[in-house]
Write a protein that binds this ligand. Structure first.
Ligand code: HEM
Length: 222
């Protein structure tokens, strides 16, 4: 992969993360400034710690994480890849998933976020945390292809927050606020698109580079 293409991928991932990250920065600013409590922000103002940890974790994970997937950068700066993964991205990714689960369980969600969306969030939060743990297990066994595949899955699930902006904003502009059903469709579509994209990328890069005649465990990382 040439350097220009690699940087385009990183830029694309950062652009995808930008809108939820900006929304998060606004929410943290509102909490820090002790803004007036409204029905829209009451849950965040009453219990700010989980959402603040979630948003800071999401900023670190999505922005720094984008660079972990660039093969050239990884090869040239393996020390940075290991340092960032171990001390920044694994803690940040687990914080995002676990606070996401915590908020799903304990925040008083708006009526439009029904039970089915709550179940989707539990599934996504558990899958994301599990993918990070499986990526760690794989690297402890020096299984680099599986490490890469699980990290791609974890990142794709987290970046559902970005894709959800694309699956919901056009409909909000055209038709206004969705009802509970359409809200679920728009949110689940964001996660599903990313899950499918991740599996396609894993098959096209990591699995395709398996040397001819060798079984799967000999696949080399992208
Ligand atoms: C990098 C990825 C992510 C970003 C950038 C992100 C961003 C945000 C932001 C900005 C908020 C605050 C929303 C507001 O102020 O109204 C939020 C809330 C929330 N996030 Fe995430 N998030 C990410 C990943 C996840 C994941 C993987 C889950 C899975 C469980 C999740 C679950 C939640 C929940 C349950 C809330 C509270 C929603 C509410 O009560 O309205 N997030 N997220």
């Amino acid at each position: 992969m040439n350097t220009r293409r690699e940087w385009l991928i990183a830029a694309g991932l950062i652009i995808l993360a930008l809108i939820p990250s900006l929304a998060g920065a606004v929410r943290v600013g509102e909490i820090a400034a002790d803004a007036p409590v409204t029905s829209a922000n009451a849950r965040f103002m009453e219990m700010p710690l989980p959402v603040v940890v979630h948003i800071i974790g999401a900023l670190v994970y999505s922005l720094i994480g984008a660079f972990q997937f660039l093969p050239g950068l990884r090869r040239r700066h393996l020390g940075w890849h290991r340092f960032a993964g171990r001390y920044l991205l694994v803690p940040a990714g687990l914080a995002v998933a676990l606070t996401g689960l915590w908020m799903t369980a304990y925040y008083d969600a708006p009526p439009i976020d029904g039970l089915a969306l709550q179940i989707s969030r539990y599934v996504v939060g558990v899958l994301m945390a599990m993918s990070i743990v499986l990526a760690l297990v794989a690297i402890a066994r020096r299984d680099i292809p599986q490490h890469g595949a699980w990290m791609i899955r974890a990142y794709a699930l987290a970046m559902g927050a970005g894709t959800q902006v694309l699956t919901s904003a056009p409909f909000a502009i055209l038709f206004g606020a969705p009802d509970e059903f359409w809200r679920l469709v728009q949110m689940d579509a964001g996660w599903l698109i990313n899950i499918v994209a991740a599996e396609v990328i894993i098959r096209r890069t990591i699995l395709r580079r398996r040397p001819a005649g060798l079984p799967r465990e000999h696949t080399v990382a992208a």
